[in-house]
Ligand binder design. Structure first.
Ligand SMILES: N[C@@H](CCC(=O)N[C@@H](CS)C(=O)NCC(=O)O)C(=O)O
Length: 217
C-alpha cells in the first residue's frame, strides 16, 4: 500500500533537516519502504483538508490506505512495528527501545524546543536575558543525564533502534547551539546517527525539496 507523508512546501530551516518529516523519512528509509510526499504550505496546513489529517494543523502526517496518523512518535512507532529493522525481537529489549522513543519526545525534546523558542522568538523581550540562561541550564541538565546513561556505548540500548532514531532526531536541533559540544559522547552519538545511509537518504530528500532540486520521490 502506498505511504504518503506531508512535509513543508518550504521548510523554515531551509533544508537543515530539522522539520519533523525528516525523522519519518529516516524511519521509512531504515526499513526500506518507499513513500510519497505531499508538500503543504503554511496556509494549507490550517485548512480543513489538512486539519482532517492533523488536528493541530502541522506536519508531518502519514497516510497508508485508510489509515491516517499524526505525531512523529506514533508514526515512527507504527513503521517500526510493521517492518523489521527498528525494534528488537526480544520483548524486553523492544519495550526498552519504545521507552527511549517516549523519552526522546517527552523528556528530552521539550526543553530543546523551549530553548529554540527563547533564542529565536523571544530575543527581543526585556526578560529574555534573565530567562535564556535558565532555559539553557534545563537543556544542559537533560544532556548531562543522557550523556551519563549513554556513556561510551554506540546506541542507547544495544543495537540501533527507533529509540535512537528519535533521540538523534531530537538532538539534531541542538547541533549549532554550542551546548551539545559540551558532551563529546553525545556529539559522537549524533554523528553516528547522521552517518547512517538511511539518514543520509532522508536528509538528501528533504534538502532537495528545499533547494528546488529534482527528487526521485
Ligand atoms: N509533536 C509533533 C510536533 C509537530 C510539529 O511541531 N510540526 C512542525 C514542523 S516540524 C509544524 O508543523 N509547525 C508549523 C505549525 O505548528 O504551524 C510531532 O512530533 O509530530
Amino acid at each position: 500500500m502506498t505511504i504518503t507523508i506531508t512535509a513543508f512546501e518550504r521548510s523554515p530551516d531551509g533544508g537543515k533537516g530539522l522539520a519533523r518529516d525528516t525523522r519519518v523519512r529516516w524511519a521509512l528509509e531504515e526499513v526500506g519502504q518507499p513513500y510519497k510526499v505531499r508538500l503543504v504550505s503554511f496556509h494549507a496546513m490550517k485548512e480543513p483538508a489538512h486539519l482532517a489529517l492533523h488536528p493541530f494543523g502541522q506536519i508531518p502526517t502519514y497516510e497508508e490506505g485508510d489509515l491516517a496518523l499524526f505525531e512523529t512518535g506514533a508514526i515512527v512507532f507504527h513503521i517500526a512495528e510493521r517492518h523489521a529493522g527498528l525494534l528488537p525481537d526480544d520483548a524486553n529489549a523492544r519495550a526498552r527501545a519504545i521507552t527511549w522513543m517516549f523519552a526522546a519526545v517527552n523528556t528530552v525534546e521539550p526543553p530543546i524546543i523551549e530553548l529554540g523558542t527563547a533564542r529565536l522568538l523571544e530575543g527581543d523581550k526585556p526578560w529574555n536575558k534573565e530567562r535564556l540562561p535558565l532555559v539553557e541550564d534545563r537543556v544542559r541538565g537533560r544532556l548531562h543525564q543522557l550523556s551519563a546513561r549513554l556513556s561510551d556505548a554506540d546506541w542507547l540500548d544495544g543495537a540501533f533502534s527507533a529509540g535512537d532514531l528519535m533521540m538523534v532526531s531530537v538532538l539534531l536541533r541542538l547541533k549549532s547551539s554550542g551546548i551539545l559540544d559540551e558532551f563529546s559522547n553525545l556529539t559522537a552519538y549524533l554523528a553516528r546517527g547522521e552517518a547512517r545511509p538511511a539518514y543520509k537518504r532522508a536528509f538528501a530528500a528533504q534538502l532537495a525539496v528545499n533547494t528546488g532540486k529534482p527528487t526521485t520521490e
